[in-house]
Write a protein that binds this ligand. Structure first.
Ligand SMILES: *Cc1c(COP(=O)(O)O)cnc(C)c1O
Length: 428
């Protein structure tokens, strides 16, 4: 496969952009290659600058659940931009999307729009602290909640991939209020809560961990967190930036029937444009400026183009049978890859929740960050490159989730499974 133009552009990019990319996970560093530069996309396919086409399982890292360039989304954005891209004043569309989010997500009674998932989580935590008057927070090893200072502690894929669990530039003082527990271990949370009585403002968790590969919550884990938070006056925050509108229309909280106090969203609700949101109980949300004292703001928050893309996307997701069809496709591709590995005698641990899935290159069960970290990342790198050569575009790291979209056809899935079978044979 010819990557000449991508290589040339990457060479050029490194001159003017640190590492040649505007977000570290885009670099192919951990798989020992150069990133492809993308020219365009359509449905389940992306096309690089050398005119190679790929079946895409990155989906812009989650947002493209209806596929690239869905005609409804494209039309909505085009129509909106004709009337102005941003006003810095309220618009009707913001109410429309807010009401759609409130209708969909069980925990959300009020919601504020921001421009990224990072903003959503950092603002949600500030609000939880303001609401409780407490400073400490608990997060889980391997969970990623954006790149705010206090959250760059044991933060999953990007950090794990590049071996910087704690980033330089984050003062120890800023991170000292962040306590880290082990995913799927209620005991590890209990111990932290017991030794920090009445000082924990919130527990923030990915209800389906998607930034250390895909790690589902074990039975009782989310329920246990809910109970502990209720007993201790701790705000439970589900970071559903990835899982929201992905694993079900109402997110993981709908799927598992556990309702947090606050929820952060992003990715899908922007339909591919920059968006984040945080919401929750009215009593908490009303503490936010200007109705309350906790400050949070944004020049482009609730941006008309992003609202339009989000509304158009959610309208597609609302159609009857959408998630069932996506479930069937996702099962087919995840099980197909797992079977191909087995047939090739290749050790693999497969996980999937709805249209999020991961093939972990390890024999053992993956339930948390220490077990995910056992994976053979060198073998994964070989697999990734072999798949790329077959025209299958996966995320360039073992510790990422693959995303299936409604646009993936049976033929695309069949092609993916055949490619995987060849890739496993090649590297076994
Ligand atoms: C992607 C992601 C974020 C960060 O969102 P950005 O828009 O990249 O800032 C936060 N939390 C989770 C769970 C995510 O997957």
């Amino acid at each position: 496969m010819n990557h000449q133009r991508s290589s040339m552009l990457f060479h050029q990019a490194k001159n003017s952009i640190p590492g040649g990319v505007n977000s570290p996970v885009r670099a192919f560093k951990s798989v020992g290659a150069d990133p492809l530069f993308i020219k365009k996309a359509s449905g389940p396919y992306i096309y690089d600058e050398d005119d190679n086409s790929f079946v895409d399982y990155v989906g812009s890292w989650g947002p493209m659940i209806v596929g690239h360039c869905h005609p409804d989304v494209v039309a909505a954005v085009k129509q909106t931009v004709d009337n102005g891209a941003s006003f810095g004043a309220p618009t009707e569309r913001e109410i429309t999307l807010a009401d759609m989010v409130i209708d969909a997500v069980p925990s959300i009674e009020m919601v504020r729009m921001v421009s990224s998932g990072t903003e959503a989580t950092m603002s949600a935590i500030r609000l939880a602290r303001g609401y409780t008057g407490r400073d400490n927070i608990i997060k889980f090893s391997g969970c990623y909640h954006g790149h705010a200072d206090a959250l760059l502690v044991k933060a999953g894929s990007g950090a794990a991939t590049f071996g910087v669990p704690d980033s330089p530039g984050v003062p120890a003082d800023f991170a000292k209020h962040t306590l880290t527990a082990e995913y799927n271990s209620l005991d590890s949370v209990k111990a932290l809560v017991a030794s920090n009585k009445n000082s924990i403002a919130c527990i923030i968790v990915e209800p389906v961990a998607g930034n250390m590969g895909t790690v589902p919550p074990q039975e009782g884990f989310l329920e246990g967190l809910r109970e502990m938070c209720s007993n201790e006056g701790i705000v439970l925050i589900f970071d559903e930036v990835m899982s929201g509108f992905r694993v079900a229309y109402g997110g993981a909280q709908e799927l598992y029937g556990v309702t947090p106090d606050m929820t952060t969203l992003g990715k899908i609700i922007g339909g591919g444009l920059p968006v984040g949101a945080f919401g929750g109980k009215r009593e908490i949300m009303e503490k936010l400026s200007p109705s309350g004292g906790v400050y949070q703001a944004g020049t482009l928050s609730g941006n008309p183009l992003a609202m339009s893309a989000g509304i158009a996307t959610l309208n597609i997701l609302k159609q009857p049978g959408f998630y069932q069809k996506l479930e069937d496709k996702s099962r087919a591709v995840a099980e197909g890859i797992a079977k191909a590995a087995k047939d090739a005698g290749f050790p693999l641990y497969s996980t999937r929740v709805g249209s999020m899935f991961c093939a972990f290159f390890t024999k053992g069960e993956v339930r948390d960050w220490p077990s995910a970290a056992q994976c053979d990342t060198k073998a994964f790198a070989k697999y990734f490159l072999a798949m790329l050569d077959e025209g299958i575009y996966l995320a360039p790291s073992q510790f990422e989730t693959a995303f299936v979209s409604a646009a993936h056809s049976e033929a695309d899935i069949e092609k993916t499974i055949v490619a995987a079978a060849r890739a496993f044979k090649q590297i076994a």
